[in-house]
Design a protein around this ligand. Sequence first.
Ligand code: HDD
Length: 750
Amino acid sequence: KKVAEAVEETVDAARRTLESTAETIPGRPGPGSPPADEPTEPQPPLPPKDDQRGPATRTATGAETGALQDARAQQGEFLTTSTGTRLRDSDHSLKAGRRGPTLLQDHHLREKITHFDHERIPERVVHARGAAAHGVFEGYGTAETVTHAAFLAKGVTTPVFTRFSTVLGSRGSADTVRDTRGFATKFYTAEGNFDLVANNMPVFFIQDGIKFPDVVHAAKPHPDREIPQAQSAHDTFWDFVSLHTEAQHHTMWNMSDRGIPRSYRMMEGFGVHTFRLTNAEGVTSLVKFHWKPKLGAHSLAWEEAQLINGVDPDFHRRDLYDAIESGAHPQWELGIQVFPDTPEQEFEGIDLLDPTKLVPEELAPVQPIGLLTLNANPRNFFAEVEQLAFHPGHLVPGIDVTDDPLLQARLFSYIDTQLSRLGGPNFNQIPVNRPHAPVNDMFRDGFHQHADHVGVAPYKPNSLDGGCPFFAGNEDNAFLDTPVEIPAATKVRENPASFDDHFSQARLFWQSMTPVEKEHIIRAYSFELGKCYEETIKARQLQCLAQIDPVLCSEVATALGMPTPEPSEPLADVTPSAALSQLGQTWPGDGRMVGIVVDDATDAEALQEVRAAVFAAGMVPLVVAPHGGEVAGATVQRTFATARSVEFDALLLAASPVPAPDALPARDAKAGAGGDPALDPRVKLLVEECWRHAKVLGAWGDGATGLRLAGTGEGDVGVVVGESGVDVFAEVQELMSAHRVWERFAASVS
Ligand code: HDD
């Protein structure tokens, strides 16, 4: 009885609190809401989102019936069973006596455990690790000459959901591994969903989708030991790409800085394949889609990427989430390269159906057609991100596919994979996948069917449902499979002869890099091949590099301690494309992180001014101090124990902190040369790593001593020392607009 009374009292107290706060908390507690007294305090249920309702279904007469069931996730204030019976207790199973055995009749125990046992679904077979955000796309209208797709018309805004991913790693793998990145966007257009399932590299490993299982099996962990995780630095990957030489171009992109992006917000995106667009007059064009980030395309340093994998494996996911939460909404322009739709489907000698080839922007400029802004984070990762399902065949009128054999196989794979991943054919009814356009598809039943379809005739033609639903014509903007003429042909398992060129564009890419980017590529090949065990594989890959460039080949061979082979054919004559390099321009610094090292002697006013200047530049200042709490009038965000350089895009020193008692290793705690006090070794490490990773350093006041004790200072490249913190930051900001101070390191190749 006592237990029952206590339960009653708790429930009553909770109800009273709920009633008193219900009016002040309209939905979830947001940033402005008063903090809840108890984390377990009952909250008013979430208001349903429009897209959480069941799909609208047409009746036989064509009238909208609206939502057929209310899909609100949490209803009412009480904990219930899944069938709505209110529960008194969820902490104790039903037992025969306090110390007795558990009773089989405990329905809540069995239901709770059973549901938990089945919480996980299979991860994506590739691109398992990712993060996503909601946003909006606004058409510029500039694509109207080539397509009548309504969402690209001027001023039309379309809700979107974009998911970024790595390819190789499992769902829990680290973000900053060397890999291609996925960049998939679902446009919920008025004419149905359009999915642009892109990557951050414009070419692919294979020319025909039938090879996809091969390349993925080779790149995934070895099947016996299931290692290495999320890496291409192993024998099976290099075995495949050195034998299957059409992979060499994409591999070169992976070995370049593009394989280790600084942020999802700072990646280009590429539709890879050529698509066919049709305008209002029925004229067709071939196009390639590009995403251009407003913040520019930038990368990490390789050592930095490796450190991050340990220090903060969620680096990219966190970066995207934090930027959006703080209002730094990332933006990309969607652009197209347009080519005439000729029977040859080639442009300037480049086969447009070969997904291992790009078209240099100097030959076909990217024309902006709209703007993507990501402005809201998901509320529930599983519901929205894990259950999200893309398909390159989700097209809208005005956009069609081509005969690229890689794309053709993808058109099969993406529906097929959802059948096992999402458990059946009704995955497009999951809220995040639901189109915002009316759906009336005559698909019925199946696992996870949520719609309560009406009518008796889900077939066509019918008379019993009045012939509904009807076919749409041109005037209703029906999708048209572009009537492309197919020349008479023989059924063969062969590629066009133009697909045989595997090296010219890998060479084009190499030749287009700046010296420092080339240096990074050499080091990446040296690292990856250095991790292989099989000498024959390394030798075979060196032979491929010989076919790309003699300098690249000899530098990597030297690093491996192997002979440099000669090319077996004359090298391709290529014209470099400056657009392929990530360097040479300046970019906005929105959302960049600036670490500021302070100690208890730091001038509070000067620190305040610098923080304000960093905020004003759209960046985030992080105060790094010997201890938590308040230092120099500012709240400390990182202590020397919790900070690591990889979090910062630039580091400012306002102090030269002496070693704190918890500083390790102890041997560094001795006094510096010339009677200087010692520098805290953790600050020293921060400075040294920022230096090595080509990050801008700045210092004022005592900070200049700190830099000197860490081995750098005024006069060094990318190091700013001055009297006033604000002036120092102004110069630092300017240097940061080029992303990194790569000039710090003289490249050995040109
Ligand atoms: Fe793929 C997922 C991009 C070739 C088969 N792919 C997937 C994702 C992206 C890409 C971004 C993650 C989607 C998400 O976030 O849910 N894939 C590409 C690009 C390709 C490409 C740009 C070449 C140009 N893919 C490709 C081929 C095949 C697949 C040739 C098979 C023949 N891809 C899949 C898949 C995945 C997938 C197995 C795994 C999970 C999923 O689809 O939903 O079906």
